[in-house]
Design a protein around this ligand. Structure first.
Ligand SMILES: *[C@@H]1O[C@H](CO)[C@@H](O)[C@H](O)[C@H]1NC(C)=O
Ligand SMILES: *[C@@H]1O[C@H](CO)[C@@H](O)[C@H](O)[C@H]1NC(C)=O
Ligand SMILES: *[C@@H]1O[C@H](CO)[C@@H](O)[C@H](O)[C@H]1NC(C)=O
Ligand SMILES: *[C@@H]1O[C@H](CO)[C@@H](O)[C@H](O)[C@H]1NC(C)=O
Ligand SMILES: *[C@@H]1O[C@H](CO)[C@@H](O)[C@H](O)[C@H]1NC(C)=O
Ligand SMILES: *[C@@H]1O[C@H](CO)[C@@H](O)[C@H](O)[C@H]1NC(C)=O
Ligand SMILES: *[C@@H]1O[C@H](CO)[C@@H](O)[C@H](O)[C@H]1NC(C)=O
Ligand SMILES: *[C@@H]1O[C@H](CO)[C@@H](O)[C@H](O)[C@H]1NC(C)=O
Ligand SMILES: *[C@@H]1O[C@H](CO)[C@@H](O)[C@H](O)[C@H]1NC(C)=O
Ligand SMILES: *[C@@H]1O[C@H](CO)[C@@H](O)[C@H](O)[C@H]1NC(C)=O
Ligand SMILES: *[C@@H]1O[C@H](CO)[C@@H](O)[C@H](O)[C@H]1NC(C)=O
Ligand SMILES: *[C@@H]1O[C@H](CO)[C@@H](O)[C@H](O)[C@H]1NC(C)=O
Length: 797
């Protein structure tokens, strides 16, 4: 009763205090990014999660669907055309690789005829009509006549099922349900326990699962479900273990019991029976509403989380979710535009940038700590480039908390994560990119309660301690769990040799990572600055000045310890995967990825003129030769569908008077590759990476992360007001003449005429904030005659 009153009061308070806050959620399109290039499937799509959740929600409540081609994965559970097998509580958004989660389900049925509860193919439901989704809300109509609506609080989901007249009313809870894939890093059900109240209105317990993208051993997820209606019948069922490679379960029939407790097998037994529950509701209950809490600590906690959902009114939870998205996230950037398409692209991008990681503060099962805790860093390789820089700008306290969580993970597990889900570090695609995220926050002055002494030590662990080799079958050469798997080479030669997988991309990333160490060492360990700056030049040792491709000479090369080069083509990365010479990007592409020392790079490439021509070649159609491990969009060497290419279109800003060419590229890529359709992002959204990329492009600045620097592009909106956190200042960006063109005629920064193609973080946030005033026009103008963007990693003259 008390908690109910509190909930109602705080809701009322929010709408009064922020009474003037507009509803930005109406611009969010939950289906944007849910479909790939094969209509109806999520294959090669954004894999964006379209269900109900809060910012960084611990639960992400949405449905799981089948794929008509089982080799297509549905990493967020959702496919546009699939049949519903369940509504489940845990999902990730935008990931590639292999599905993770799809756990703690319910499935509403109207009949048991022909149904084998151990075989979802016998009860899966096609959808009729179009699903409806808005922030905090999802609704679908199943062929069996059930309308299912759902919403979410931080740790609990609420589902409302409307059953058709004169049909059965069932809810199935299959603890062995998870998102399938085939082969690679497939998840497994391992064990499970359920108990229920005598009357069947509540059930709780845990499921045990393993694998998924992070790989690793078994983990438990606790749950607690409650119904608003007393079931007329409640039973548990169990059946023989079926592993994920088993194509179906048709030869296994469930055994039912009226007992109030069921256990799949001895605790920690990995091949325990599948367990589940079947609830039947009386014929006069045309709707059944259920809440399900999820905890990683205990079933009791999962039950306490049910209090987050006030009463049984789904709408109250929807409204609370909308309020939180508006107040915490979406209202931080207020843009005005008459163009609804652009508003939708923009606010959907902002929304997607704040789904991951998951805030599991207080929910770490493995250690007690006063630090915040986040999980589902999935992965920092993707998100360090754009996503965290956006969070740092508009929600700095969240970024501080995430960094504290990473440092705490280092305290207890010896390494910060690069990827992490279900409380397990893994997997590392290149460098130790938490280093970049910490450095970016450090140079931008984020402090809060970050212990930077420990933060620097955590980075230093990445730079100095060889992580044990987990012998990942995809690349046995070094650890993919955490840290830098090829550190031995890095320390011995100053670069990574092809005896390790992904040597070129690791060399590029380790260089950047060590630059990050140098950035933080400037304040935390001055004696280390020279060491790490020196190490950050490692990429130069693999620069092959005699390699020619497409008329250009000088490329990063797979280089052995004796200086010889492995035969390769700079336009190709083979399968571009874990054992390739470079990961998900070709040497041509990686040869541009030295943002901390563009000065040396341009000089190695032969000076600004050749550099510009070579940059142009990145965008010539038809030159792409590798599909970058399926992560490719388009046929230019520049790949709009994956992160290694993210910054390349804006490198014209490093050439005097050429900023306007970055503007052209930025606009072309936005217009060609981003839209409001279901496949409106190129490739996987990668936990909001593509989404934050488009947000930065539409704002009109691009973060050069690990430096307090932003390249100037071209704003898409006439007026933008960006709130720099809850207690920070305001950054205003104005653009006049946008209707005439996208090129900068002149720019004022904080009232001063500007001739640099970049601004510093201090220019944007210093004091009370900042003011950028653009005057736009149809013709390119060489206004950027001032100092070039810095190259702080440049040593010597
Ligand atoms: C969905 O179910 C319908 C009817 O049972 C079936 O025809 C269709 O093939 C199924 N589609 C998928 C993707 O499972
Ligand atoms: C299923 O997808 C795989 C992988 O893309 C493809 O090779 C195969 O042809 C597809 N099968 C069908 C029936 O479309
Ligand atoms: C559904 O059943 C199929 C076939 O038995 C199985 O591969 C899959 O893992 C099950 N779960 C889901 C969510 O599709
Ligand atoms: C799976 O189902 C198909 C047809 O429904 C059957 O032919 C096959 O034997 C089954 N496989 C297993 C392992 O039960
Ligand atoms: C539905 O029927 C049950 C008895 O089966 C009764 O206890 C309950 O009050 C009825 N509910 C409504 C809403 O009529
Ligand atoms: C819930 O919200 C929907 C859509 O706004 C509205 O149609 C419905 O009447 C609301 N229901 C309740 C019980 O407030
Ligand atoms: C932007 O702000 C200016 C000055 O306040 C105002 O005149 C203009 O109408 C605004 N533009 C839009 C699109 O709201
Ligand atoms: C609105 O924006 C979209 C996407 O940038 C663009 O294609 C369209 O032309 C714009 N509409 C108008 C009326 O400017
Ligand atoms: C940072 O943490 C270390 C130990 O982990 C501790 O000794 C030190 O006092 C902390 N620094 C601050 C400023 O809290
Ligand atoms: C880097 O350090 C090595 C010795 O460790 C030294 O020989 C070299 O000159 C240094 N390079 C630069 C660019 O300072
Ligand atoms: C390379 O040079 C040839 C001959 O001058 C020219 O035709 C071709 O377009 C050039 N290729 C690129 C990528 O610039
Ligand atoms: C370039 O130089 C390297 C190192 O000296 C050598 O191994 C390689 O064979 C040379 N490649 C060409 C194309 O000359």
């Amino acid at each position: 009763m008390v908690s109910l009153l509190c909930g109602v009061l705080s809701l009322a308070l929010i709408s009064t205090v922020f009474g003037e806050t507009r509803d930005f959620t109406k611009h969010v399109n939950l289906f944007l990014g849910t479909e790939g290039d094969v209509p109806g499937s999520a294959f090669r799509g954004g894999n964006v999660f379209p269900g109900a959740t809060l910012p960084f929600g611990a639960v992400k409540v949405g449905m799981d669907t089948t794929r008509w081609n089982v080799s297509y994965q549905a990493n967020a559970g959702y496919t546009p055309d699939g049949n519903v097998t369940a509504i489940s509580m845990l999902h990730v958004s935008g990931t590639g690789g292999a599905p993770t989660y799809g756990l703690i389900p319910q499935m509403p049925l109207t009949t048991l005829e022909g149904v084998n509860l151990l075989d979802n193919i016998t009860y899966m439901q096609p959808r009729v009509g179009d699903d409806v989704a808005s922030v905090g809300y999802y609704k679908t109509q199943l062929e069996n006549g059930v309308t299912a609506e759902m919403s979410a609080s931080m740790h609990a989901g609420v589902m409302k099922y409307q059953y058709p007249e004169n049909e059965g009313r069932y809810v199935v809870v299959d603890i062995s349900h998870f998102l399938p894939s085939i082969g690679k890093k497939e998840q497994w059900y391992s064990n499970g326990v359920i108990e229920r109240s005598d009357d069947g209105t509540t059930y709780s317990g845990y499921g045990v699962y393993r694998e998924g993208w992070a790989t690793g051993g078994d983990y438990r997820v606790y749950f607690c479900g409650q119904f608003d209606t007393v079931p007329s019948n409640a039973q548990f069922f169990s059946g023989k273990y079926t592993d994920p490679y088993w194509p179906n379960a048709t030869d296994v029939n469930p055994v039912f019991t009226d007992s109030t407790y069921i256990q799949g097998g001895t605790v920690s037994y990995q091949y325990a029976d599948r367990v589940g529950a079947l609830f039947e509701f009386p014929a006069n209950a045309s709707t059944v509403t259920s809440k399900v809490g999820v905890s990683w600590v205990s079933a009791d906690k999962a039950c306490q989380f049910l209090n987050e959902i006030v009463g049984w009114d789904l709408n109250a939870t929807v409204e609370a979710a909308k309020d939180q998205w508006n107040t915490e996230v979406l209202s931080k950037i207020d843009v005005t535009s008459a163009n609804k398409t652009q508003l939708e692209m923009f606010y959907t991008g902002v929304y997607h940038s704040h789904l991951m990681p998951s805030d599991r503060t207080g929910e770490n099962p493995y250690w007690e700590s006063d630090e915040p805790y986040y999980d589902d860093f999935y992965t920092l390789w993707d998100t360090f480039r754009c996503t965290h820089a956006l969070i740092s700008l508009i929600l700095p306290h969240r970024q501080i908390d995430m960094i504290r969580a990473m440092i705490d993970i280092w305290r207890f597990e010896r390494f910060m994560p690069d990827g992490r889900s279900r409380n397990t570090n893994g997997r590392v695609q290149g460098g130790s990119n938490a280093d970049n995220i910490l450095a970016d926050a450090y140079v931008k002055g984020l402090q809060g309660d970050i212990n930077w002494t420990d933060g620097y030590l955590a980075m230093k662990t990445n730079a100095e301690v060889v992580p044990y080799n987990n012998f990942d079958w995809e690349d046995l050469s070094g650890s993919t769990k955490e840290g830098r798997g090829a550190l031995l080479d890095w320390k011995k030669y100053g670069f990574v040799t092809p005896t390790f997988g992904r040597s070129i991309s690791k060399t590029v990333e380790y260089s950047h990572n060590d630059f990050s160490l140098a950035q933080v060492a400037k304040g935390e360990a001055h004696k280390d600055v020279a060491l790490y700056l020196n190490r950050s030049t490692g990429w130069q040792k693999t620069w092959a000045a005699n390699v020619t491709s497409l008329n250009f000479t000088g490329f990063l090369a797979p280089t052995y310890g004796n200086g010889s080069i492995k035969e390769y083509d700079p336009l190709s990365c083979g399968d571009c995967n874990w054992q390739a010479i470079s990961y998900e990007g070709v040497p041509w592409e990686y040869s541009f990825s030295i943002p901390f020392d563009m000065k040396t790079l341009i000089s190695l490439m032969g000076g600004t003129e050749t550099f510009e021509e070579r940059l142009d070649a990145m965008f010539i159609p038809g030159l792409a030769q590798s599909n970058s491990g399926g992560n490719r969009a388009g046929d230019t060497i520049f790949n709009p569908g994956n992160e290694p290419s993210f910054m390349t279109p804006f490198l014209y800003n490093y050439i005097p008077g050429r900023q306007h060419r970055s503007v052209s590229r930025s606009r072309e890529i936005q217009d060609q590759w981003y839209n409001t359709g279901r496949s409106g992002v190129p490739g996987n959204d990668d936990s909001g990476s593509m989404s934050s990329w488009i947000v930065w492009n539409m704002i009109g600045i691009y973060p050069v992360v690990t430096q307090p620097v932003y390249l100037i592009l071209s704003p898409r909106f006439e007026n933008m007001t960006i709130r720099l956190g809850d207690d920070g200042g305001v950054l205003r960006i104005k653009a006049s003449g946008l209707e005439q063109g996208s090129f900068i005629q002149n720019l004022k920064v904080n009232g001063q005429m500007w001739n640099q193609s970049w601004v510093s973080h201090e220019d944007l946030v210093g004091g009370e904030g900042g003011l950028l005033e653009f005057e736009m026009g149809p013709e390119p103008k060489m206004w950027d005659t001032g100092e070039l963007p810095p190259s702080p990693g440049h040593l010597g003259q």
